[in-house]
Design a protein around this ligand. Structure first.
Ligand SMILES: [Zn+2]
Length: 400
């Protein structure tokens, strides 16, 4: 019996280690966010945590907001569980590229961050990050978030407070994602050309053009003929903190006369039946390539936070419209060129992402054109112009 029991424990331990593996990247989790008024002008924000964390808290302007970063932490709460108070416009939850949980409190009046500290578990409460704010009078027009640092926290973080974000900002990073690869050829053209080769060729051309401008950093999810899981493609972009993600594809359908470029942004509801079918077939890439899908669930459930995603989606659509405008002038496009569907590769909550279907490999003329480097160059150049205008306007509008 004791031997059996030992074996049982051993198996249980091994099982446990495997079971916790997917979460090992995250030390702590945010279990709840609570707000309480201590007086008319004093607010206490309490963030319930599964364990102690280092944290950073800092104010940002335009609009006034308080940002709390918790390294290697995930959210165990949903967007709609967040508290509401009249001095708060919104509370946003998101993940930074470094797997830090970010809580953004957008205020509609001035405030002073009086104190921030971590409390250990006590009388039935778990670990808590406490932030005390002094609300300023409603002197409309002049809203100011200033900070006074009280180093009561477990760790010391008062020294490295980024009061202003825009100092020597690096060039925007664009991640290009050539669709398919390896065992998964993607669509196969009328002449037998594989989508995976065309997407890679296009990505490389686009990379050269972007790098030539000197304005961007560019990375490819693959620069060889290899299979990569869909979630790994977007995780690659997120881990680098990409500013824009462009997945490149070419389509094929039964109607040989259909041709034209289209560009997609994420939506759970497809814009039409064709879009839905297309997303379905593109999402099958992992199955075709025999890839492991285990990373998928965790990312979707834990990290995909609605509020962050909605904002990112706005940026994605804004960019897609720029592409449509530029591309329409140089090549044939599908009617309703900007479309919507649930592509797995577009589901980064914090990286604006689009998927470009360059055209139909099932159409003889378009397939021939797509095989020509000069035609792809035209597409790539128009896309670079769209990228330029996206970043120029994004910078002007400062919507961050
Ligand atoms: Zn494809």
């Amino acid at each position: 019996m004791p031997v059996l029991r030992q074996i049982f424990y051993l198996i249980a331990c091994i099982g446990f280690v495997f079971f916790i593996q997917p979460d090992s990247a995250f030390g702590a989790s945010v279990e709840n966010i609570r707000l309480g008024m201590q007086s008319d002008t004093t607010v206490r924000i309490v963030i319930d945590l599964s364990q102690s964390v280092d944290f950073k808290i800092f104010p940002l302007k335009n609009p006034d907001r308080i940002v709390i970063d918790l390294p290697q932490t995930r959210f165990n709460i949903k967007g709609n569980d967040l508290p509401e108070k009249d001095f708060i416009n919104t509370i946003r939850l998101g993940m930074t590229a470094q797997n830090d949980a970010r809580i953004v409190l957008e205020l509609n009046r001035g405030a002073i961050i009086k104190k921030s500290f971590v409390l250990p578990p006590q009388s039935g409460f778990m670990w808590r990050l406490v932030v005390d704010l002094d609300l300023m009078a409603k002197t409309d027009g002049l809203k100011q978030v200033t900070s006074e640092w009280y180093d009561n926290s477990v760790s010391s973080q008062s020294s490295d407070t980024p009061a202003e974000e825009q100092k020597s900002k690096p060039k925007p990073l664009i991640v290009l994602d050539p669709g398919h690869g390896g065992q998964d050829p993607g669509a196969i053209g009328v002449s037998g050309v594989y989508e995976k080769h065309l997407t890679l060729a296009m990505a490389k051309q686009m990379r050269s053009l972007l790098e030539e401008t000197g304005r961007y950093r560019v990375r490819l999810t693959r620069d060889k003929d290899v299979a990569i899981a869909l979630y790994a493609r977007r995780r690659f972009a997120r881990s680098l903190g990409a500013d824009l993600f462009i997945s490149i594809h070419a389509d094929s359908i039964r109607k040989p006369q259909t041709r034209g470029l289209s560009i997609y942004t994420l939506s759970e509801k497809a814009s039409d039946k064709e879009a839905e079918k297309l997303a379905e077939s593109e999402n099958k890439a992992d199955i075709i390539a025999g890839l492991d899908l285990s990373g998928e669930t965790q990312e979707v459930t834990d990290i995909l936070i609605d509020l962050a995603r909605r904002e990112t989606n706005n940026h994605s659509s804004f960019f897609a419209e720029k592409v449509v405008k530029e591309i329409k002038q140089v090549v044939q496009t599908l009617p309703n060129t900007h479309r919507f569907a649930g592509f797995a590769v577009l589901k980064s909550p914090d990286v604006p992402s689009v998927l470009m279907e360059m055209g139909y490999l099932s159409n003889k003329e378009e397939e021939k054109l797509l095989r020509q480097p000069s035609y792809r160059e035209k597409l790539a150049k128009a896309t670079v112009r769209a990228i330029d205008s996206y970043f120029a306007e994004k910078h002007k509008a400062n919507f961050n």
